[in-house]
Design a protein around this ligand. Sequence first.
Ligand SMILES: CC(C)(COP(=O)(O)OP(=O)(O)OC[C@H]1O[C@@H](n2cnc3c(N)ncnc32)[C@H](O)[C@@H]1OP(=O)(O)O)[C@@H](O)C(=O)NCCC(=O)NCCS
Length: 176
Amino acid sequence: MYGPIAETIRTQRLVLEPLAVHHADEMAPVLDDPRLHTYIGGEPLTLDELRARYEHLVAGPAPFHQEYWLNWIVRRVRDRQAVGYVQATVTPAAGGPQASVAWVIGMPYQGFGFATEAARALAGWLTGHGITAITAAIHPDNRASAAVASRLGLRPTGETADGETIWRPPGAEPAP
Ligand SMILES: CC(C)(COP(=O)(O)OP(=O)(O)OC[C@H]1O[C@@H](n2cnc3c(N)ncnc32)[C@H](O)[C@@H]1OP(=O)(O)O)[C@@H](O)C(=O)NCCC(=O)NCCS
């Protein structure tokens, strides 16, 4: 295993907590809406399925995958309400580790800038831990996610993966 261990990250309105299995209890209702899956595929998980998924995520990938998973739930400070999650998949690259990032905010909590605030904090934390090559894979019709990526300074490239557009910092070359 290589790479940083997820730490608590604080922003003005949010706290990003490293994912733990017990988060499934409060995240299941936040994520229980098929509209969240319009552009990312899949469907809402039951509580038991989400718990199993979190167990898997917390355990991390098998070493041969050459990947490192960092996951946080996003909590609103004002009332401690869990509102979504962010994640980074770290992989080795020639110039140092790179991270593919993603964000999900529950339907009732969208439109308040939470994804942007959480994603900025995530990107800052990654940069502070030596991971400067940040990418995102975004469905071409997912305008809200594109807006978040733009605010991180990412730009859409001509590359695609599984029908999603790869976003990178301007001028960044694809990883070898
Ligand atoms: C993408 C997502 C995380 C954005 O969450 P959010 O907290 O509402 O995002 P923010 O409030 O930080 O900002 C999103 C921006 O996109 C804009 N936006 C939101 N919905 C939009 C839509 N349907 N079409 C165009 N722009 C939209 C917002 O207006 C905002 O821009 P503005 O501040 O200039 O108005 C959320 O929509 C989501 O969870 N979607 C489902 C999961 C998903 O697709 N995740 C992305 C995986 S790459």
